[in-house]
Design a binder for this molecule. Sequence first.
Ligand SMILES: O=C(O)CCC(=O)C(=O)O
Ligand SMILES: [Fe+2]
Length: 293
Amino acid sequence: MNGQVPGAQPHLIPPPVPVTTTTSSGNLLQEWPKIGLTLIHEFISPAEEQEMITAFHAISPLNSADAKKRISQHFGHHFDYTTFGIDESKHSPVPSYIMNFLDRLPVDTEGKERGRKPDQFTVQYYPPGAGIPPHVDTHSMFGEALYSLSFGSGVPMIFRMSGENEARKLRLPKRSLQEPVGADGKPVEEKGNKVDGVAVHPAWELMLPARSLLVMRGASRYGYTHGIRPRKTDVVDGTTVRRDGRYSITMRSIRRGKEIGCDCLFPGVCDARVRQEQEARERLRQCERVETQ
Ligand SMILES: O=C(O)CCC(=O)C(=O)O
Ligand SMILES: [Fe+2]
């Protein structure tokens, strides 16, 4: 025995307490206004959910070869998970099962992104055991609001206020989405409040139930990492439960032309700032080259 309570997750703190109300259609609405996070329960009906699952597998039938891997389908402009940016050369028409709920999405009613709807959609299937490493979606290329619709089954999403560790990773020459792995190939576990020897903020998990819509804005969008641990079981309210296959639709709006860029309060994890730093270093290098000639 290592003295741990079965089901305890020592690396996690309890999530912040939400403001809980109901939507105009009577569904549970949880909000964390300080960090710009919203979770709308039962955003789609079970019938819509079933239609989405059927449509997904009409394109990507499940076979045992990919039983362990996350499968992605892209609609609108394709999202590139290696750069976390957009591939302008690839575009696929948006299916009707997405168009049908677009008008129901909550959009900004004021400010420079007023009325802005997503135009880039990534539908994913996560078999039990699959996850997505903690990341911050690219700031410069997408509008503020990020949406994630869960269906098929629920999953806990892990959130962590970014810090030195995340800023360092974003500045590595070959940025990778992979979680750091140890010699045994397993994700590096946290030791106390350190990952890889670097101090990190505490993390917390939020259960995203099937048919719920998560909206990330503000700090939760720009300053927190989000991810899904690659596990076959989850601890929900202290009880270990088996994971089922989960689907999600991530929705973003593409910034173009002069809109591209970011002036958020989180320069450590802002790709626009990283680019500026690289450009400044390049200018300095050129000046030094001229001086030594
Ligand atoms: O599956 C999800 O809910 C989130 C996926 C995600 O974070 C992403 O596609 O950037
Ligand atoms: Fe993401």
